[in-house]
Design a protein around this ligand. Structure first.
Ligand SMILES: Cc1cc2nc3c(=O)[nH]c(=O)nc-3n(C[C@H](O)[C@H](O)[C@H](O)COP(=O)(O)OP(=O)(O)OC[C@H]3O[C@@H](n4cnc5c(N)ncnc54)[C@H](O)[C@@H]3O)c2cc1C
Ligand SMILES: NC(=O)c1ccc[n+]([C@@H]2O[C@H](COP(=O)([O-])OP(=O)(O)OC[C@H]3O[C@@H](n4cnc5c(N)ncnc54)[C@H](O)[C@@H]3O)[C@@H](O)[C@H]2O)c1
Length: 457
C-alpha cells in the first residue's frame, strides 16, 4: 500500500531536518528519510568532529608554546588519544541526540530509517515501503571520492569518516589532497604527534585561493614540521613491511613515501548514484550533481535539491541557506541562490576566513581592482595574543567603490571575515566601512584602516 504524504524529505543532513520541521509546523504531513545518522556529514563525520579535534590540537600546540607566554608546565605535553576521541564523540552524540529528540517530538513529522530510492517521479521506495508526495526535497549530501589509483586496493586507506575512529596517533600520516579536509587533518595530527606528509597533485595548496593564501598555509604547515609534496601527478600505492607506500612522482626517480596511514581527501562526490534518478526526469550534470535553477527547483516540477547534492555549495551554511531559500519561496517569497555571497573558512590554525571574490576571480570578471592588505604582524590584537602569522586583505571594485571580496588569514579570521561578508552582501561602498568605528583591540578594527590604504592591483 502506498503511503501518501504532503512532502517527503530525503536525507537528514543540514537542510532536511529544518525543512521537514518547518513544513510539519504548517500542518503538512511530512516524511523525513535518513539511511544512516541524523545530522549527516557535518554532525557525524565533518564540521563537528573535526572542529572539536582541532580544538584539542590547538590546546596541545599552545601548551607546547606555554613558555612563550611565561607559563611553566611541570612536564612534557602528551596526547591521550582516547580522551581526544571521547570528547569528540560526546559532542557529536549530544548533537545527534538533540536532533533526534527534536525530530521525533515534532508533530506531523514521520522519521523513517532506511535508504530512499525513486521508483517514479513522485514515488519513493524505502525497504518494503512505498511513499508518494506532490513535493519532494532531496538533501542527500556527498561522500569522499575514492580514486582508482594503481594499488589502492592493496592498502587500507582512511577517509574523513574512518580517520575519526582511529584509536592511536599515526606514526606517519600521508595525506593525499591539499584542500580543506586534507589540510585541517594534516595540522591536527601533526599537533597530536604524527609525522605528516601532504601530497598534492597541483603546483600549490588551496589552488582556488590567491597565491598568498597558498604560500601562507604552506609556511604555517612547514613551520610545524609537515612535509609538502606538490606536483604529485603520478600517485600509486603499494604495501611494504614498514607500511603503506605512496608513490608520488614518475619523472624524478620515482620517490616514494612510506607512511603508517594514508588519508585520501581529494574531493567529494554527490550521493546521487544510488537514488534511482534514472526512474525520474531529474537531470544531473556529468559529475552527478542534481541540476537546479536559482530557486533550487530540479527539472521535475515539485522536486527540489538542497545542500551539497546540488553542487551550488559544499558547506553547512550553504545547505542551511538552501533550506531557507526553498522554505521562504514556498511561503510566497522570491529568493534566489544567486543572491548569496560566497563565504567559508578553512580551520587550520590560524584560520582563513574568506568572503566574495579573490583578486584573481575579480580580475577574471573584468573588475578594476583595488586591494588593501596588512600582515597580521601589524595587528595589535594578534601581537598581544602571540599569534601574528598571516594577513588581512580587502578587495574593492575601483569603478563602483564597492567591497567585493576579502580574506583574513590569521587569528580570529573566521569571525572577523563577517565584517566583509556583510558589507559585500549589502553592496556597501568602502568609504562607509572605512568611516565606521570598530572596537579596540580586535582583528576587525584593522579593516577600516586597510580601506584607507587601497592600491591598484
Ligand atoms: C571533514 C569535513 C569537514 C567539514 N567541515 C566543515 C566546516 O567546518 N564548515 C562547513 O560549513 N562545512 C564543512 N564541511 C562540509 C559540510 O559537512 C557539508 O557541506 C554539509 O554537511 C552538507 O550538508 P548536506 O545536508 O548537503 O549533506 P549531508 O550532511 O551529507 O547529509 C546528507 C544526508 O543524506 C543521507 N542520505 C544520502 N542518500 C540517502 C538516501 N538515498 N536515502 C536516505 N538518506 C540518504 C546521508 O546519510 C546524510 O545523512 C566539512 C565536510 C567534511 C567532510
Ligand atoms: N572548513 C570547511 O568549511 C571545510 C572543511 C572540510 C571540508 N569542507 C568541504 O568539503 C569539500 C571537500 O574537501 P576536500 O579537501 O576533499 O576537497 P578540495 O576540493 O577542497 O581539495 C581537494 C584537493 O585534492 C587535490 N587533488 C584532487 N585530485 C587529486 C589527485 N588525484 N591526487 C592528489 N591530489 C588531488 C586537489 O588539487 C585539491 O587541492 C570542500 O570543498 C569543502 O566544501 C569544508
Amino acid at each position: 500500500m502506498t503511503e501518501r504524504f504532503d512532502a517527503i524529505v530525503v536525507g537528514a543532513g543540514q537542510a532536511g531536518p529544518s525543512l521537514a520541521a518547518r513544513l510539519a509546523g504548517q500542518g503538512q504531513k511530512v516524511a523525513l528519510i535518513e539511511r544512516k545518522l541524523l545530522g549527516g556529514t557535518c554532525v557525524n563525520t565533518g564540521c563537528t568532529p573535526t572542529k572539536t579535534m582541532v580544538a584539542s590540537a590547538y590546546v596541545a600546540h599552545m601548551a607546547r608554546r606555554a613558555a612563550d607566554y611565561g607559563v611553566t608546565l611541570s612536564g612534557p605535553v602528551s596526547i591521550d588519544m582516547a580522551a581526544v576521541m571521547g570528547r569528540k564523540d560526546g559532542i557529536v552524540q549530544a548533537s545527534r541526540s538533540g536532533l533526534n529528540d527534536w525530530l521525533t517530538g515534532t508533530e506531523n513529522l514521520t522519521l523513517i530509517e532506511g535508504h530512499a530510492r525513486f521508483i517514479a517521479d513522485h514515488t519513493i521506495a524505502v525497504g518494503e515501503r512505498t511513499l508518494e508526495a506532490p513535493r519532494i526535497f532531496l538533501n542527500v549530501g556527498g561522500r569522499a571520492v575514492i580514486p582508482d589509483y594503481p594499488g589502492i586496493d592493496d592498502i587500507d586507506i582512511l577517509t574523513n569518516s574512518s580517520i575519526l575512529a582511529l584509536a592511536e596517533v599515526p606514526r606517519h600520516l600521508v595525506v593525499v589532497g591539499g584542500g580543506y579536509i586534507g589540510l585541517e587533518f594534516a595540522q591536527m595530527f601533526a599537533r597530536f604527534g604524527s609525522k605528516v606528509t601532504v601530497v598534492e597533485r597541483g603546483d600549490r595548496l588551496l589552488k582556488r585561493e590567491d597565491e598568498d593564501a597558498s604560500q601562507t598555509v604552506a609556511e604555517i604547515l612547514r613551520a610545524e614540521g609537515i612535509d609538502i609534496r606538490l606536483n604529485a601527478d603520478c600517485i600509486a600505492f603499494s604495501r611494504s613491511e614498514d607500511g603503506p607506500v605512496v608513490k608520488v612522482d614518475c619523472t624524478a626517480g620515482a620517490p616514494e613515501i612510506t607512511g603508517s596511514h594514508v588519508l585520501v581527501a581529494i574531493g567529494r562526490q554527490p550521493n546521487t548514484d544510488d537514488l534511482g534518478l534514472d526512474k525520474t526526469g531529474i537531470a544531473t550534470n556529468d559529475r552527478g550533481y542534481i541540476i537546479t535553477n536559482e530557486r533550487l527547483e530540479t527539472s521535475v516540477e515539485g522536486i527540489w535539491a538542497v545542500g551539497d547534492c546540488n553542487g551550488r555549495g559544499a558547506f553547512t551554511h550553504t545547505a542551511y541557506n538552501d533550506y531557507e531559500i526553498v522554505a521562504d519561496n514556498l511561503e510566497g517569497a522570491d529568493r534566489s541562490v544567486e543572491m548569496r555571497t560566497d563565504a567559508y573558512a578553512l580551520y587550520t590554525d590560524p584560520p582563513l576566513g574568506r568572503a566574495g571574490l579573490t583578486v584573481a576571480e575579480a580580475k577574471k570578471r573584468d573588475h578594476r581592482v583595488l586591494v588593501g592588505q596588512r600582515p597580521m604582524t601589524r595587528v595589535a590584537r594578534a601581537k598581544e595574543k602571540g599569534e601574528s602569522v598571516g594577513y588581512m586583505k580587502v578587495v574593492v571594485d575601483a569603478d563602483s567603490n564597492r567591497i567585493i571580496g576579502g580574506a583574513i588569514f590569521g587569528v580570529g579570521g573566521d569571525e572577523a571575515i563577517h565584517v566583509l561578508l556583510d558589507a559585500i552582501q549589502c553592496g556597501m561602498a568602502y568609504a562607509d566601512l572605512k568611516n565606521t568605528m570598530h572596537i579596540h583591540p580586535t582583528v576587525s578594527e584593522l579593516i577600516p584602516t586597510i580601506l584607507g590604504e587601497l592600491k591598484e592591483a
